[in-house]
Design a protein around this ligand. Structure first.
Ligand SMILES: O=C(CN1CCCCC1)Nc1ccc2c(c1)OCO2
Length: 327
């Protein structure tokens, strides 16, 4: 029965969190992403102009999955593609002896430029893995039957290292009770329903909640347009800047806390998490940590929310469930 824990190291402004993963005989820093289901990395097959500065997987230690290829485009339109090998993967001591490794032969500029990240480790449901002609399992699905309990947990922090655990829930990482809600796996995400929101200009509880996904791979908190608009109506100097593509606010502002009701419990995102980052280095205007989810089709509870809670991704029962607890 395997259990393990691995650090989640914050990148600049907590834009993403990276964790060390051993693949074959290389150690790479990967972005654990509960919003996708592909484990891909830069490789010795990647063009040098795209992979400069990145750690590389050398497929010589693996076994090629003949005829298999992959091609993924994320919601922010970043993309990557390549071929597939089976190799050993170790995360925090948890070992998958034969995990599908998606070696990149092409990546978009967003990945080339993010030199700290050597790839992604998807933790959504394997139903949305992009390998063709036969989709393969995520790391979690590959090892889940060997884990003490088929769960992984997410403990991200603002501006500090957090952790992912596999196979157990760490009672020292949260206070109070865990609130569990059912997960709808139809879209391959850890999808749940939020009951309602309050905070900021939304001083009256905005009652209606909505469908949302828990997504460690997304930096911000994307909410219904009416909720985002209402929140910033209570923030001096905030406005929707269509040139920046979202709400901005003075970096000097301390925005009000934001509350989310889930499973009958209220979780609070400290206002400081919502003054996210300067538009450019030295700018006194900051981009908001809450943005509208217009055009996405559901809300995205990314790192701005997840770093305020301890989150349990539980596939140990008859159907998957999400747990949230105060940190
Ligand atoms: O694409 C992502 C996450 N993605 C995870 C892999 C690395 C690059 C970023 N998130 C996202 C967040 C909000 C969006 C969106 C996408 O599309 C429209 O709005």
């Amino acid at each position: 029965c395997q259990t393990g824990e691995v650090a989640a190291d914050p990148q600049l402004y907590d834009q993403s969190y990276l964790s060390p993963v051993t693949i074959g005989n290389s150690e790479l820093m990967l972005d654990f992403d509960t919003g996708s289901a592909d484990l891909w990395c830069f490789s010795t097959e990647s063009p040098a102009v795209q992979s400069a500065g990145h750690g590389l997987y050398n497929p010589s230690t693996g076994t090629e999955l003949d005829g298999a290829f992959w091609d993924i485009t994320y919601g922010d339109q970043s993309a990557a593609s390549g071929n597939v090998f089976a190799d050993k993967v170790v995360v925090g001591g948890v070992t998958a002896t034969k995990q599908a490794i998606e070696a990149a032969t092409s990546v978009s500029y967003e990945f080339t430029e993010d030199v700290a990240s050597d790839g992604l480790l998807g933790l959504a449901f394997s139903s949305i893995n992009t390998i063709l002609p036969q989709p393969q399992t995520t790391f979690f699905d590959t090892v889940r039957n060997t884990l003490a309990k088929a769960v992984f947990t997410v403990d991200l922090k603002k501006g500090a290292a957090g952790s992912y655990t596999f196979g157990y829930i760490d009672s020292s990482k949260y206070s109070g009770a865990i609130t569990y809600v059912p997960v709808n796996t139809a879209n391959g995400f850890w999808q749940f329903t939020a009951d309602g929101y309050s905070g900021g200009g939304n001083n009256a509880s905005t009652g209606r909640g909505g469908v949302a996904i828990a997504d460690t791979g997304t930096s911000l908190l994307y909410l219904p347009a009416s909720v985002a608009k209402g929140y910033y109506s209570g923030v001096q100097g905030a406005s929707f800047d269509f040139r920046q593509g979202g709400y901005t606010l003075p970096c000097s502002a301390t925005p009000p806390d934001f509350n989310v009701a889930i499973g009958g419990k209220t979780f609070t995102v400290p206002g400081s998490y919502i003054n996210y980052a300067p538009l450019r280095a030295g700018s006194s205007t900051c981009f908001g940590g809450i943005q509208a989810d217009s055009g996405i089709g559901f809300s995205i509870f990314g790192d701005v929310f997840l770093k305020a809670v301890y989150a349990i991704f539980d596939d140990s029962g008859s159907s998957p469930k999400l747990g949230f607890a105060a940190q």
